[in-house]
Design a protein. Sequence first.
Length: 165
Amino acid sequence: MSPIPPSKRRDLDRFDRAILQILQRDNRTPQRTIAEAVNLSTAAVQRRIAAMESSGVIAANVAIVDTRAVGMTITSIVEVTLVSERLEMVDAAKALFQQAPEVQQCYYVTGGISFVLVIVAPDMIAYEATTRRLFAQNEAVASYRSLIALDRVKMGAQIDIAALP
């Protein structure tokens, strides 16, 4: 994900922040309910949501699926170190990880490793096949380390709107 250019950034006022608080809890909340909660007209709420979507503040409206409910019983956090941090190698790894459906999250990081990924799989056989394809058979990968999650303590994508500058 590339940074939002300054021309697309949007300053959030108290109404935008209040709308975002509600949408983060449930993005299917009717706009009239949001309007009543934030003391605006439904049309104003609609315009503000559209503006936040077009500016990239609201990146997506999605359903969060419980991985266990659909048989994805393995969640792994994987640290990946590349052979080199050359631009073409990093870009190739980003592209590979981005297109892999098992990769739920991917971060290019500092601190001696190159990437941290969150991967889901239905079982260890499928997980091993994924690690072979993405890491073991990948000449750009120097090493990787898997941390298998025993329990999901917290998962979410909500931003603490009250803490925004």
